[in-house]
Write a protein that binds this ligand. Structure first.
Ligand SMILES: [Zn+2]
Length: 387
């Protein structure tokens, strides 16, 4: 019934609209929208009345009267790595915990549920574990996350355990204090693998988070740490989550840094999540964008890149714009299908050290690159059995 993943990828296209949902207060003339039409799915499900994505309605056009539908739709906004150490910590000390998000509040708040990857420990205790980069920031700065509109955090990554078990304990406590939901790290394996469950528009959504990045502290029975990504345990957790929720979303922190294509492991783990019943997989860790793949009725965003990261002019010279180019990914879904996918291009400002809406020129470059990255997804897994 469902088409193989690669065949539908060419249907991903960029669309320029005059205005959608008032994202830009400043009057940026064009808003670029990435739309994935799941025509095959809609047809297969007999859903001829599948809602035309509201995002594609030109502004000023009289909207048709709402047609009652049994499908409850929820829009998820997702962003990549949020790293609040180093220069960002200094800037939050000067300007407040909201500073990193201040220029993208409209984007983060224009969804039912907003998800980010918290690539840092929120602690002032503990010792740095032996590795190249250890990230932490004081727990008081957790307040900026919900203030920005973020609801759920992925903790299954290679930095939340940078200050050991006590760092994880403090991070969880800080997030609990500000009312944020999370998955992917915990005081033992069961807690790390437990889903965060959030309800929106009457849909119960379970969120799971994992990483396969070593130089890490993985949770085990009786041992704090992060949730290790392997296909069997992801499938087990997704199946269990499906029993208590309408929709399952999986976060996967995996892949190679600054590499455009997903690895075979990213593909295998993402496919395993979808095959087990997840509808959406959100990836990060490569610090750069990677493509989208429609697979077995679900959607995989292999990497959303950086979102908050202290990048400056020197980094622009050494890493190029790929480290600065990012998006807010919006996915509208129902209980059993993806209805709409679009991206809002964002650029990490070299001088301000924080994300801002991309200029028209930057946005065009980002979306052009996304198109190329989407094509790479099909190519990169051609030689693996996972595809
Ligand atoms: Zn990472």
């Amino acid at each position: 019934m469902l088409s193989p993943s690669k065949r539908l990828i060419p249907s991903v296209r960029s669309v320029a609209l005059n205005e959608v949902k008032g994202f830009f207060r400043g009057g940026t003339p064009l808003l670029f929208v990435l739309l994935v039409a799941f025509v095959a799915l809609a047809t297969a499900c007999g859903a001829g009345a599948t809602a035309t994505p509201t995002a594609t309605q030109p502004s000023g056009t009289a909207a048709p009267a709402a047609t009652p539908t049994p499908d409850r739709e929820v829009t998820i906004a997702a962003v990549g790595d949020v790293m609040l150490d180093r220069d960002i910590e200094v800037l939050m000390g000067e300007h407040g915990a909201i500073y990193p998000f201040e220029r993208v509040l409209d984007l983060l708040q224009d969804a039912d549920i907003t998800i980010a990857n918290l690539e840092i420990a929120l602690t002032e205790r503990g010792e740095p574990v032996e590795k190249l980069f250890n990230f932490r920031t004081p727990p008081r700065f957790a307040s900026g996350l919900p203030e920005a509109g973020i609801d759920v955090l992925a903790l299954g990554n290679n930095h939340v355990a940078d200050y050991g078990p006590v760092g994880i304990e403090d991070t969880l406590a800080a997030l609990d204090d500000v009312g944020l939901l999370y998955s992917g790290a915990g005081m033992d394996e069961a807690a790390a693998r437990a889903p965060a469950i959030v309800e929106a528009q009457g849909l119960r959504i379970a969120f799971l988070s994992y990483t396969d990045q070593f130089i890490n502290t993985f949770a085990a029975p009786g041992q704090p740490g992060v949730a290790f990504a392997e296909a069997a345990s992801i499938a087990e957790d997704v199946a269990a989550a499906r029993a208590v929720a309408d929709v399952v979303i999986v976060s996967l922190h995996s892949g190679l840094e600054y590499v455009d294509e997903p690895t075979a492991a990213q593909v295998e783990l993402s496919h395993a999540a979808i095959d087990a019943g997840a509808l959406l997989v959100i990836g990060h860790h490569p610090h750069t964008l990677q493509g989208l793949e429609e697979y077995n009725g679900g959607l995989i965003a292999y990497s959303l890149g950086n979102f908050v990261f202290d990048l400056d002019a020197g980094d622009l010279e050494s890493l190029g714009p790929r480290a600065f180019e990012t998006v807010v990914l919006y996915v509208t879904l129902t209980e059993d299908k993806i209805v709409d996918v679009r991206m809002e291009p964002v650029f990490i400002d070299v001088l301000e050290n924080r994300p801002r809406p991309a200029t028209a020129e930057e946005a065009a470059a980002i979306l052009e690159r996304v198109d190329l990255l989407n094509e790479l997804v099909g190519e990169s897994c051609g030689a693996t059995e996972a595809c």
